[in-house]
Design a protein around this ligand. Structure first.
Ligand code: 9Z3
Length: 350
């Protein structure tokens, strides 16, 4: 007990988390982000057919949509306040973007917290520079779609309601449905500071959703960082010789997420290793330590082929359907997660 105010004293972790947020540079447009989150969650947690105003009166008429926060891409650790150099974490964003598409298909609303410049949902089959590669300016100055992208763009614009056959077609038509339907909110980050500040806002906004909230934490998050206050302001000079720099451990926010920010949410984290011998053991440790519902264990070189989902009493190998050229591991993975989340929601209602 803290003798001065009679309250239970802070654990070292709480103090570390507090100091991380206190010393972080202020998040740009924090109020705007919180407003978007509030509107998005309110819209999606209103049962279909019930207006937001009637919500309390009509509660129970339909079921509110489940909401998942998908994190995607790697966080950076700036080395200078006026940042020229930074340390990066590997992640192309493919896992997060593809998983988002399957969550939307399964009826979830998705808050997509992504690293700027990484893969985006529904855009993975478009060329690298879609604007310049898909369009051209004709002699009379009208913009036309170029071959061979005509079909893809036509479908994106006009046929978005129709269910299409191939993966790439599905992704393009799905984009418009998701955005038009208001079920996809995209929030970008670059640094570890932005990522954790936005994640905290998302979690606190989702708290009232209880067991309908899911966290799918596929982003590759830095383990070490330079605290803002001890960071050089200007570009570090090479003339001073070798560089000694002390990196501090990033506080384990998964604990705070589970304990305080959104305690009823269904939480899935990822464990990435390059040494397959230690992968499952590390995933089990993370499951217990952070009290996750599932930990998805993946090895860097085989991550697109298979993952192992570790739960309290199982290790489930999930593989891509290798008989289909354009299949992906996210399809069976999200199917498994949706099933487990449904059981969790049912149990929480009892
Ligand atoms: C993952 O393990 C993701 O599956 C990948 C996806 C980053 C490998 P891509 O974006 O790759 O499709 O190219 N994400 C979590 C990585 C991570 O940093 N995990 C931490 C750890 O392993 C726990 S939060 O300690």
């Amino acid at each position: 007990m803290d003798s001065r105010n009679g309250s239970v004293s802070e654990t070292p972790l709480d103090a570390e988390i507090e100091s991380f947020f206190d010393s972080a540079p202020p998040l740009k447009d924090s109020a705007g982000i919180i407003k978007k989150l509030k509107e998005f969650i309110e819209y999606n947690s209103t049962p279909p057919g019930v207006s937001c105003i009637d919500r309390s009166v009509n509660a129970g008429k339909g079921s509110p949509r489940r909401v998942v926060c998908v994190t995607s891409g790697g966080t950076t650790v700036p080395l200078e306040q006026r940042c020229v150099r930074y340390i990066d974490n590997f992640s192309s964003g493919h896992r997060g973007a593809t998983s988002t598409e399957y969550f939307i298909k399964a009826g979830y609303a998705v808050i997509f917290l992504y690293r700027r410049g990484t893969f985006q949902p529904y855009c993975q089959s478009l060329p690298e520079d879609p604007l310049l590669e898909c369009f051209e300016c004709s002699e009379d100055s009208t913009i036309q779609v170029r071959q061979p992208h005509t079909e893809a763009v036509k479908r994106a614009v006009s046929d978005h309601h129709a269910l299409t056959v191939t993966m790439s077609q599905l992704r393009i038509s799905g984009l418009l449905q998701a955005i038009a339907g208001g079920h996809l909110l995209k929030l970008p980050f670059t640094t570890i500071f932005e990522y954790l500040q936005i994640l905290q806002s998302i979690a606190m906004s989702m708290k009232d959703l209880g067991s309908l909230a899911v966290f799918y934490l596929a982003a590759a998050v830095s383990d070490f960082y330079v605290p803002w206050k001890s960071m050089a302001e200007h570009k570090i000079q090479s003339a001073s010789g070798p560089l000694d720099m002390r990196l501090v451990q990033v506080p384990k926010m998964l604990s705070a997420l589970k304990k305080e920010w959104a305690p009823m949410a269904f939480c899935i984290s990822f464990k990435l290793e390059t040494d397959s011998k230690i992968l499952l053991e590390k995933a089990e440790m993370a499951l217990k330590k952070y009290r996750m519902h599932m930990v998805v264990a993946n090895e860097l070189s085989t991550r697109k082929e298979e993952v192992t989902v570790v739960t309290g009493n199982e290790k489930i190998l999930v593989c891509r359907d290798k008989t289909q050229a354009d299949s992906d591991v996210e399809e069976p993975l999200i199917e498994l997660i949706v099933g487990r989340h449904s059981a969790y929601v049912k149990d929480s209602d009892l």
